[in-house]
Write a protein that binds this ligand. Sequence first.
Ligand code: NAP
Length: 232
Amino acid sequence: MERDTPKRWRNGPVSEDTMRVGILGSGLMGAKLWTIFARAGHDVVFSYARGKEKLERLARDSGGTARAGTPREAAQEAEALLLAVHWSHVDDVLTQAGDVSGKVIVTCSLPLNAANTELVVAHTSSGAEALAAKVPKAQVVAAFQTIPSEVLFDVFEARGKATRPSLVYCGDQESGKRVAATLIRDAGFDPLDVGPLRIARYTEPFGLLVGQLAYDGDGGPELAYRFERFGR
Ligand SMILES: NC(=O)c1ccc[n+]([C@@H]2O[C@H](COP(=O)([O-])OP(=O)(O)OC[C@H]3O[C@@H](n4cnc5c(N)ncnc54)[C@H](OP(=O)(O)O)[C@@H]3O)[C@@H](O)[C@H]2O)c1
């Protein structure tokens, strides 16, 4: 795969640490995050939809800032992979991606049942830990699980203008976490390192709380959060 330099947006800071990012999943999260990462200057290949037409349309709409590919193409030369599929499709997309040894996999996938109402992995493990067990040679970082897709573009557009919302992330390898923190910052958030991957046992249910407020609250889904310290 050739490394094309993506066209860069002129109206915002470009990441100082550009990288090749492969996106597995082109739905609400994947399609928005690849647009954002591409606009931040990263070299993005996105993949995985039920029809090729959708991927081709998204590539056209990106104006050349990102390319569509197969999961294998997205994974091949990626320094970071974003996993953004329903929990029930994790095994399928990983099989299609092939060898992900040594890759940083940032997962926003929550381990939800088909109805998206219950966590199917919780309490004594988490989706992120279950994923890490499937790909033991990759560096799994849990991030972007706790933010509704509807707010992503607004947060990205507001970077540099407003106080950044927090975004929690966790993982076991410092190098993987640095990569995730760069992507989180480039998306307009303030990355908040909450510890090792097992802390996803807390962040994943918190993702459901944010979803509850976003989709069943009064204010609409354009919701982000920020942790503040007081009393110092
Ligand atoms: N949406 C949110 O606000 C949000 C927030 C936090 C975390 N999450 C988590 O992030 C993950 C992704 O969520 P999402 O809302 O982006 O999901 P989504 O919109 O349903 O997207 C999933 C992607 O998988 C593709 N797909 C589904 N079945 C497929 C198949 N059989 N073969 C090939 N591709 C297939 C879809 O293709 P099509 O486009 O063709 O359907 C789509 O690109 C989930 O685990 C969710 O729990 C979501």
